[in-house]
Write a protein that binds this ligand. Structure first.
Ligand SMILES: [Zn+2]
Ligand SMILES: [Zn+2]
Length: 253
């Protein structure tokens, strides 16, 4: 299984609109972050978690040739805004693409992208099979995917466990029974927005504490704002086994 970080940033951290802070002006490519998303590959099977506003550029940048399924953490724009671009894969693969998420996420996607799900089947529209599922393991193409519910302030968001890899973004808190689903993962991904307190996102210290509580051998941090500082500086401060993820990072498990 291969994981590629397609993006590790947030809408705050993307230097598109003349942010002249030192991190946005950094020459280190690891300080250039597209919005948070990952690609998981098992041979020719490709799954994507989240399709934010940078989805199209991420597909081009990482030369992704097919998408078999989409797993959506929640319906905030930085995680779903690129859904329209799925149409390119529909044209190429000549099939609709399933999207797995919880019911509230499906309802919001259906409202935000009503034209995709309208009754008239207009030629050329993206074809997405919206699959709202309960908080139970999902079996798809021979893989078992375990959703993990986390809280993003008051919004329930889903992380996903794929074999020994667990991916969590946009969490602030995780209930004890959900933490049990993560324990035993070899590689854990957690969000860490910035050092300063935030109402709906783990801070760097909170993410480190949570990683140590869960006890994963290796943790990568994602959904990083420019407020966190330079990749190189922050990386040096992290405890053993905890790393900042960056766009293009690959992990083989
Ligand atoms: Zn969010
Ligand atoms: Zn987000």
């Amino acid at each position: 299984m291969r994981v590629t970080f397609l993006g590790t940033g947030t809408s705050q951290g993307v230097p598109v609109i003349a942010c002249s802070c030192p991190v946005c002006e950094s020459k280190d490519p690891k300080d250039k972050r597209l919005r948070t998303s990952i690609l998981l590959e098992w041979g020719s099977l490709n799954l994507i978690v989240d399709t934010g506003p940078d989805f199209r550029s991420q597909m081009l940048k990482f030369k992704v040739q097919r998408v078999d399924g989409i797993f959506t953490t929640h319906a905030h724009r930085d995680h779903i805004a690129g859904l329209d671009e799925v149409r390119s894969f529909n044209f190429k693969q000549k099939e609709s693409i399933p999207l797995f998420c919880q019911q509230i996420t499906a309802d919001k996607i259906q409202r935000d992208f009503s034209y995709i799900f309208s009754v008239q089947d207009y030629p050329g529209l993206p074809k997405i099979d919206l699959c709202p599922v309960p908080l139970n393991p999902i079996t798809f193409k021979g893989k078992t995917v375990v959703p993990v519910e986390v809280m993003h302030y008051k919004l329930p968001v889903w992380g996903f466990r794929f074999d020994d890899f667990t991916y969590i973004t946009d969490a602030k808190t995780i209930a004890e029974e959900e933490i049990q689903k993560i324990i035993g993962s070899k590689v854990l991904v957690l969000n860490a927005l910035q050092r300063e307190e935030h109402i709906s996102h783990l801070t760097l210290d909170e993410a480190i504490d949570l990683s140590q509580k869960i006890g994963a051998k290796t943790t990568y941090l994602t959904h990083i704002s420019h407020n966190l500082g330079f990749h190189e500086t922050v990386s040096k401060e992290l405890p053993e086994g905890i790393h900042l993820a960056y766009d293009g990072l690959n992990i083989d498990l």
